[in-house]
Design a protein around this ligand. Structure first.
Ligand code: A3P
Length: 298
């Protein structure tokens, strides 16, 4: 696909669905998204953008393929795990179309807040893995992603973005409502809630939880292989996981690489003392009623 064939300004436009800011093409195709037919053996990976979705995609694909690294290099992650939220102009293929053509069992990806998930996922009682990351690192990662991704609006300066993020007027809506909504939903639905910080601390322990949830008993040797293949460094070098296959006029990795740092606590290199105080005050208010807690350092 050549640059001239694709109008990137279409991607950058946003609109609302039920008060949540989304790419305009998703809004225009909302009926199709809402009526998407999930299958009972679908595995859905749900995240707020930049919470480590691609990491979880690689882990789940490795588990489903019994730790076969070759099979997991069959295609880029966005083709192995269709992103059902995003619509792209023809001749590109949207995630929903890729999903519909895919044989079962499928691994699918969404960034929708709980209330926007197509209802067939609940009707089919699909297994859902929610991967959550602390707000500060999540915000920093999103800022850099909006800088490099020409398919999203320009984030402006860090201090401008900081304010916008706190208002929740970013694509896929406010972080706080997203993590809380899915946290509460896990009491009623088949949702495994996993934290980025725990995964970073002890990937083998967390991957074991996922294996159990997916009813896959693969043994310690395969587990070790999965830990290695899905480490930050291995994924950074893996063209099927590092998004290098997306043309640079869409993902400009010279501005900021997709596999940027992958750490816990990078927010400390971005937040000023004043921003941190303001953030914490706002956070306390928005997260007052929930039992959900995050670590911002290890
Ligand atoms: P940073 O920008 O902080 O580096 P998503 O996949 O949801 O877009 O999230 C991308 C973020 O997850 C990036 O964070 C990226 O570096 C991080 N990430 C991806 N794979 C990772 C891995 N194997 N280990 C640690 N972090 C990873």
């Amino acid at each position: 696909m050549a640059e001239a064939e694709l109008d990137m300004t279409v991607f950058q436009k946003l609109d609302y669905v039920n008060g949540i800011l989304l790419p305009i093409l998703s809004c225009e195709n909302w009926e199709k998204i809402w009526n998407f037919q999930a299958r009972p053996d679908d595995i859905l990976i749900s995240t707020y953008p930049k919470a480590g979705t691609s990491w979880m995609q690689e882990i789940v694909d490795m588990i489903q393929n019994d730790g076969d690294t070759k099979k997991c290099q069959r295609a880029p992650s966005y083709d192995r795990v269709p992103f059902i939220d995003l619509f792209v102009p023809l001749p590109l293929k949207s995630g929903l179309d890729k999903a519909e053509e895919m044989a079962s069992p499928r691994i699918l990806k969404t960034h929708f807040p709980f209330q926007l998930l197509p209802p067939s996922f609940w009707e089919q009682n699909c297994k859902i893995i929610y991967f959550a990351r602390n707000a500060k690192d999540n915000m920093v990662s999103y800022f850099h992603f909006q800088r490099m991704n020409q398919g999203l609006p320009d984030p402006g300066t860090w201090s401008e973005y900081f304010e916008v993020f706190l208002t929740g007027e970013v694509p896929w809506g406010p972080w706080h409502d997203h993590v809380k909504g899915w946290w509460e939903a896990r009491e009623r639905q088949r949702i495994l809630y996993i934290f980025f910080e725990n995964m970073k601390e002890n990937p083998a322990r967390e991957i074991r939880k996922i294996m159990q949830f997916l009813e896959k008993d693969l043994g310690d040797e395969v587990l070790e292989k999965i830990v290695h293949h899905t480490s930050f460094l291995a994924m950074k070098e893996n063209p099927m996981a590092n998004y290098i296959t997306i043309p640079s006029f869409i993902f400009d990795q010279s501005v900021s690489p997709f596999m940027r740092k992958g750490t816990v606590g990078d927010w400390k290199t971005h937040f000023t003392v004043a921003q941190n105080e303001r953030f914490d005050e706002d956070y306390k208010e928005k997260m007052a009623e929930t039992s959900l807690t995050f670590r911002t350092e290890l």
